[in-house]
Write a protein of this length. Structure first.
Length: 335
């Protein structure tokens, strides 16, 4: 069987050792896109990360494709509906350690609450003044967690360790988690109106697209901090900019942006816009966010510890092995 693996570093090849004995394996460090698909159009299994955008037009190029093994939990970069129509199985990594993204959530929050970026930048210039570096305590403040799956539940546990009050919203509340952590489930409107910090941990799909927009920002109290380590599409970027400009939000910590894959390839910006019709206003809004002093943006790196990446690789290898043995696991259905 022909297997093509994209967005993979040389050291990661070891996870797939042994497959080449019975299968043809091709490795590519770059994402799979319309420019590279011709090299692997005969593949029966492909493995990608989140920067390969597997839309209907691209997937149609694969006449023999049987399995997509994405090395991610989210599948918003894959046209699941098209895969179901053609009988292409999609396997994901349901969890690779929700604690690692939860830790990054607090890395962003602490960087904001202690003005760390500005402080480090200042001292590197030899300036040890404290002017303008006043922060705020987390202890005693209220964090609102939107989505209490694997990651959100760990955010709740960490927040309690900081002495924060925890509110949560989820379409499927977990009473046992509430008992364990002391969090309180409320509706989204109440969470937004009462929280000092709002942290997002929901998947990207049709129901969560722009779930935080003008109406939701208007419900927040002035000076709220927003943390997004979920997906960029969950937040309406225009509404986010307005909330920051009006002071509704004091700051934002973002590990994701709506047009993040395009931003990663600056030299391809105009070509990609004209060929794939990305919204130029959204791209410009992302660039504005990158340069705002009260916004911290990291390059979708919350997952990126050596330990977590290894768990992702091990699960992906297991997904491929189980499919080849006729007992597929971690299959995804259209949300």
């Amino acid at each position: 069987m022909r297997i093509a693996i994209f967005e993979i570093e040389p050291w990661e090849h070891a996870a797939f050792e042994g497959l080449e004995q019975d299968h043809e394996i091709r490795y590519h460090q770059i994402p799979l896109d319309k420019a590279t698909v011709s090299e692997v159009a005969d593949a029966e299994i492909i493995s990608v990360f989140i920067y390969s955008r597997l839309d209907r037009d691209l997937l149609k190029r694969f006449e023999r494709l049987r399995l997509i093994a994405t090395r991610s939990t989210g599948v918003d970069h894959i046209d699941i509906e098209h895969c179901e129509e053609r009988g292409i199985a999609v396997a994901n990594v349901p969890t690779y350690g929700g604690h690692v993204v939860a830790e990054h959530t607090f890395a962003l929050l602490l960087a904001i609450s202690h003005q760390l970026v500005a402080a480090v930048d200042r001292t590197r210039r030899g300036d040890f003044s404290l002017k303008g570096l006043s922060g705020f305590d987390l202890h005693g403040r209220t964090i609102g967690i939107v989505g209490t799956g694997d990651i959100g539940s760990n955010v709740a546990r960490i927040a309690r360790g900081f002495g924060m009050q925890v509110l949560a919203y989820d379409i499927d509340p977990r009473p046992q988690l509430a008992d364990e952590t002391g969090l309180t489930y409320v509706d989204l409107q109440e969470l937004l109106s009462r929280s000092d910090v709002v942290s997002l941990h929901v998947p990207a799909n049709r129901t969560t697209e722009k779930m935080i927009s003008h109406e939701q920002f208007a419900a927040m109290k002035n000076g709220t901090v927003l943390i997004n380590t979920a997906r960029g599409a969950v937040v309406d970027t225009e509404a986010l900019l307005r909330a920051l400009a009006e002071g509704r939000l004091a700051a934002a910590g973002l590990d994701v942006l709506p047009e993040e894959p395009v931003l990663r390839e600056e030299t391809e910006l105009l070509r990609t816009y004209f060929q794939e019709k990305h919204k130029l206003d959204m791209l410009l809004a992302d660039h504005i966010l990158l340069r705002m002093r009260n916004v911290i943006v990291t390059p979708h790196s919350a997952f990126n510890t050596r330990d977590a990446v290894q768990r992702i690789l091990d699960t992906t290898r297991g997904n491929i092995d189980s499919y080849l043995s006729g007992k597929p696991k971690n299959l995804v259905k259209n949300p």
